[in-house]
Structure formats: structure tokens, C-alpha cells
Write a protein that binds this ligand. Sequence first.
Ligand SMILES: [Zn+2]
Length: 456
Amino acid sequence: MKTSLTFLGGAGTVTGSKHLLSVGSKKVLVDCGLFQGVKDQRLLNWQTLPVDAKSIDAVILTHAHLDHTGYLPLLVKQGFRGPIYCSEPTMELTQLVLLDAAKIQEEDADHANETGYSKHKPALPLYRVSDAEAVFKLFHTLLPEQWHSILENLMRVNLTNSGHILGSTFVEIETGGKSFVFSGDLGRAHPITLKPRATLRDADYLLIESTYGDRLHPSEPPIDALARLINATIKRGGTAIIPTFALGRTQDILHLIAQLKAEHRIPDVPVYLDSPMADKATAIFDRHASWHRLSSPDLRRLSNTYQHVASANHSMSICQSKEPSIVLAGSGMLTGGRVKHHLVARLPHEKNSVILVGFQAAGTLGRFLQEGAQEAKLFGKYVPVRAQIAEISSLSAHADQREILDWIGSFAQTPKRIFIIHGEANAAEGLRVRIGDTFGVAPHVAKLGETVYLED
Ligand SMILES: [Zn+2]
């Protein structure tokens, strides 16, 4: 049967992940993410997908992050009605992610219309809460570590832990005598709170992410780096802003902060988790104990270490507070959400710090700050950047080059063909060369919009 892969996102970039597997007349989309960052790519979110959404038979999600799920409401708007397969925690977290994204888009559009800073009159959200909710009835959860037949037995699917965020999985597909592995985002070899990623036996075709494909994470333990940066900020009487969404790394960081406080390695300053969804995310963590390594006392200590900021008013009062504190607020790449108000208040003062803990995609405010921007554009105005901008890349939930190579090396047989996805140009190229040298294969760096036909 004629088989092909089409890269509709997450190719040449780390956002917008959408990989279409076509087998005969059937089509399955692995991940359905939103583009973030560079404007040309963000504009793609406003366009109809180049493939008729009605012709897609199923979606399979690797994990809940917005850049892997955030386009689902638009896919449904365009007529997709098939099942969305994923693990149970991924379903629960994706519901939170989509509701949060829709709310942020509605709030940002309202704020733009009230203050008149947008060029668009009126400013419109990409989608609304009702569009997000329309996705929910399509979810079908699959138990991990076992094969499931889908599409009238045309395909078998197996989801196995990828150790990236709660519920994240590799997607293994067998169809027409061929086997595929979609890595999604590949977790670290030794994650802080999650169970380590699984090793897989074999695959004819591997699609491997390359976010950190050309570099290694620093060797300083993340807890030491966190203690160093928080202590320096508090000593200056400042506030440390840690941009992160309410799930995934947030639980890692809260766990480390709780540990640092318990060991008296940082002062007992208030820790705010500024996200309307945060408590629900922690509860989901609590419910899915088989996916992580935190004990009940660990989780209780984690929950007691922070104050949940539910309302926008409470959020604004924290922005005005003179008391040193630690604030975790989304989004992680500073592309939207409550963190923007904290930045307006904190960036102009040297005593404060912004601690970046995840990959910052090209074109995002997080990337501009990381590269030393002197001003940040927030709500249509320029704010001077005098706060300390720091990075702890060892807190990343993505494998670095060594960890990617080790994982591929753990296959009993090297995959016949390797496609490099989900990475900016230098990272993808760096990984292509290293995979070629290490395994004696010639990987292909996927291009946005490209279709590759697979031989029988
Ligand atoms: Zn991710």
C-alpha cells in the first residue's frame, strides 16, 4: 500500500508539531500542535491546514504540551471528527492546556481591544473556550505498553513512556508490514520526578526530535543552579520570575524548591504559582502515580510549598508587592499569559531575575531575553530590561545530543531510516551529522510541508 509521511509542523522549528502518516486512503496525524514564536510561523495557525481536516481518520498525541496539541480546536473547526488517541494523563492535561490557551487568547484579545494596542480592529482570539471544549468528546485514551488495533485493524498502536512530561509517550505504529516510531519530545536520561523513558526494540522508520540536537546540557546539578540564582535574587531584595506553564517542569521546579526549603538552602520566601489551572495540574499529577516517582509525602510537601494564584486581581497584587518572592507563571517562552504582567513590573529593576528553564524558540520574547535584549515589547510598549536574565538548561525536559544518541543506541537494531524533526536548523543539522557518524546511516532532516513516499 502506498505509504507516505508529510511534515505539517515541527519541521525546521520546535513548534507546531504535526506529522501525517498516510497509508492507502487512510490518514493519521501524530500530534496537532500550535506554532509559536516567529511571526511567519504563527500566521500559519490562522490558515486552513493544507490537508482536508475531514479526510484525517485519527489523531494520536505524544503529550499535552501546546506545541503538540494546541491546533486541535482548529482541526475540529475545520471538520475533523475522528478519534484522538492518547494516554489518560495526556488527555486530562491536554484539556487543561486547551482551556488555558483559549482563555489566554480571549483575555489577550479583550486586553488589546480595551487598550487599543493591537493593529487588528477588533483583535480576535485564535479560538475560544467553546472551541476547546468541542475537542474533548473526541478523546479515546489507550493504556500504555500494549498494542491496540485502530482504523478497522489497518494499524496497531503502542504508547510507551517517553519521560518528558506526565503521560508523555512514544508512538509506535505498525501498518502494512512497516513499523514507525514517533519520538514526540524525548525525555532526559534521569528525569527529576518522572519515570525514565522506555527503550524500544526496533523500528523501520524513526522520527526523532532534535531540540537540543547540537548541544549538551551543563553538568551543574539543576538544584544547585536553582539555589544559586534564587539566593542571589533574594539577597538583592528582588523577585525571581520562573516562566513555566502549570504542568510538566512546574512540578519538577516546585519539588526542587520544596527540597531546598526543607534543607534550609534558600530562605523561606513566598512562592506563587500564578496560573488559573495550576491546582488542577497538580491534582492530575497526584492521580497518576504510576507515571512518576514522587511519593505521597513528596507530593504533600510540593503542594504546601506554594500559594496558588487563581484570580487576575491576586496576580496583579503580587506584581505590585515589594516583598522578595519566587513567581512561577506561564507561558514558558513568554509568548502570552500572566507572566507578561509580572515582566512589566519586574524587568525594569536590577534586583529581580528571570530564570529561563526551558527551550526558548526563535522569535519568542524568551529567546530575545536569552540573547541579551535591552528592551522587551509587552502589551505594545517597550519595557527596559535591567533584571538579571539567567538560564538553567539542565532543567530542560528535553534530552540533549548525548542523551538522544544513547536512546537511539539502545534500540536492538538501528532504524532503517531516520527523520530528524522538531528542531531549529543548526540543532537538526548537528544531530544529523552525529547520527550519521555514530550509526552509519544517513538521516533526513524533514522540511516543513514536505511529503516523503516510503518504498514497499
Ligand atoms: Zn513537550
